[in-house]
Design a protein around this ligand. Structure first.
Ligand code: FRU
Length: 559
């Protein structure tokens, strides 16, 4: 019976596919010439296949170029290429297969030629047991860094590094989601797509309240890295509140002198009454200023001799919190527990130069899965709301999901505190998360918050019936907080995944808050003095808690 159904499905797909003209031109080149009639061309993907480039050509002109791992032996999933704007026209899909399977006899045997078809439907219903409930995720496809976050007229906008054509890193595009509460996110159409200057790498948005750039009052201006032959900085503006963007005709606006030159974060500096921009350039952060968002003056660089330099510096942010300035510096690799992590510096900034006497390396989060942290622009009540990508470049492309890959952290409100003469950042779960608390339950569930009141040395074990478990402990004397995920579940996809992470909580902890959401656990000191974010992939959810030295309250969470 099952076989029969499979055969039926295959037959119907093949029937659609025969309409196409698949031409094998040799040396890995394949041309499909077809009339666009439906909304999507469905592309079958096999994640371990060689990649391919597809040029979409209409009336002799290239309309789009994308990279996709076209299925050779089997199909992992399908991704939709929107061809609706070409409907009624003849489209040439000029495909260049990469790798060593180029000889025509091999390419002809690829299953994709039978599976490619036009369709008016693409099923985005969740197919994944590890898709988080209250964390932001892309509806499908790969996601890394949060980009361009801003707040305007009651709406939080979140853009993100997105691959619409596969669940691994490629084709960087700014995906877009919106929310009124930082918890419930609505997927929006892509905001900024690759062009001749390159893929659209990470960056930021500002609301131009005084029309300094001349695109209109309250125009939303996006800054991003165009990653093509070089990494250069470009801008785009939106006059519909961040829905659609027009690229600035005189891009790029900043051209650098080194290969890793990216991730511009722009902010209004009220002390200076001007704009500042900070970006990563190799092992330093460069600071610029501008009055009109188009012409940028280089001011200074920060980095040499400070913090960790065991990887590339990326995705900076510079935020004034109380009277101090915090410079966020994401680094990969070289993070405290290997791979990616966010270090920070607390200091002073006069609009031109950032200075600090902070010598030791401080991390914003002491887990393994917290990267590319940046804050929302124009946030209400002068809040400093941060989001991080909840993964690590060591294994992000291989975690056990398919329909989508990666989530963002829960929103966190950043602050500052001082202990023993050192300024630290705090990261507290944003107050919006409290609204999700519903009933108090006895046992952990796959979507819950556990509040831990520490009485003495504390140990908490969350486990399931498959003998998979996570251990969290706190030592009142050493003030050491530990999180052990070595036996949490599936570790098989990377030897870098199994890990124990720990941190000394400055001036100690009295209460912990633990957020569980299917494949992630975020552990906060409730005052935000220490945080650890770690992914977990248990084969079934943790349903038992054993806690000693503390009182635990478990809240079922509901969006
Ligand atoms: C950080 C990063 C950024 C870059 C983006 C590309 O994770 O490497 O520096 O802009 O990802 O997707």
């Amino acid at each position: 019976m099952k076989r029969f159904i499979t055969a039926l499905v295959a037959a119907s797909i093949a029937a659609t596919a025969t309409a196409q003209q698949v031409n094998f031109a040799g040396n890995g080149h394949v041309l499909i010439k077809d009339k666009a009639e439906k909304q999507f061309l469905m592309l079958p993907v096999q994640e371990d296949a060689d990649g391919a480039n597809i040029q979409v050509i209409v009336n002799n002109a290239q309309q789009q170029s994308l990279n996709v791992k076209l299925a050779a032996g089997h199909v992992d999933y399908y991704v939709p290429l929107d061809i609706s704007k070409f409907n009624g026209k003849t489209v040439v899909f000029d495909i260049d297969i990469w790798g060593d399977k180029k000889p025509t006899e091999k390419v002809k045997n690829y299953v994709c030629w039978k599976e490619i078809s036009q369709s008016d439907n693409f099923d985005t219903k969740n197919k994944e047991k590890f898709r988080p409930e209250y964390h932001h995720t892309p509806v499908y496809g790969w996601m890394n860094d949060p980009n361009g976050m801003f707040y305007l007229d009651g709406v939080y906008h979140l853009y993100y590094q997105w691959n619409p054509y596969g669940s691994q890193w490629e084709n960087m595009t700014w995906g877009h989601s919106t929310s009124t509460d930082l918890i419930n996110w609505t997927a929006q159409p892509s905001a900024i797509v690759p062009d001749a200057l390159g893929a659209i790498f990470s960056g930021s948005c500002v609301v131009d309240k005084n029309n300094t750039a001349g695109f209109g009052t309250n125009a939303v201006i996006a800054f991003y890295t165009s990653a093509g032959r070089n990494q250069v900085q470009s801008m785009a503006y939106s006059t519909d509140g961040g829905k659609t963007f027009t690229k600035y005709e005189n891009n790029p606006v900043i051209i650098g002198d080194c290969p890793d030159f990216r991730d511009p974060k722009v902010f209004w500096n009220d002390d200076l009454k001007a704009w500042n921009l900070i970006l990563a350039a190799g092992q330093e952060m460069r600071i610029y200023s501008s009055n009109n968002l188009k012409d940028w003056k280089y001011e200074s660089s920060f980095g040499t001799g400070y913090g960790c330099h065991d990887g590339v510096w990326e995705c900076p942010d510079l935020v004034k919190i109380n009277d101090k300035w915090v410079l966020l510096c994401n680094i990969n690799p070289g993070g405290i527990y290997g791979g990616s992590a966010t270090q920070y510096f607390v200091g002073d900034f006069d609009g031109k130069r950032f200075t600090t006497n902070q010598k030791q390396t401080l991390w914003l989060d002491y887990g393994k899965d917290h990267y590319a942290t940046v804050t929302f622009s124009n946030a209400p009540q002068n809040r400093h709301i941060a989001l991080a990508w909840m993964s690590n470049w060591q294994y992000a492309n291989n975690v056990p999901t398919k329909q989508f890959r990666s989530a963002n952290s829960v929103p966190r409100d950043m602050g500052i505190f001082e202990a023993d003469g050192i300024y630290y950042c705090t990261s507290k779960p944003s107050p919006e998360l409290l609204k999700m608390r519903s009933s108090i339950v006895k046992n952990p569930t796959e979507i819950c918050e556990i509040v831990v009141d520490i009485k003495k040395d504390t140990k908490i074990t969350l486990s399931n019936t498959k003998n998979e478990y996570v251990t969290i402990s706190y030592d009142t004397k050493t003030q050491l907080l530990k999180f052990d995920r070595r036996h949490a579940g599936d570790n098989s996809f990377s030897s870098d995944f199994a890990a124990e992470t720990f941190v000394k909580v400055p001036s100690g902890s009295k209460q912990l808050r633990i957020f569980v959401d299917r494949c992630s656990i975020e552990l906060f000191d409730s005052q935000g003095k220490a945080v650890m974010t770690n992914l977990v992939f248990p084969s079934e959810s943790y349903s038992t808690i054993i806690a000693t030295g503390c009182k635990t309250t478990i809240y079922q969470l509901k969006k």
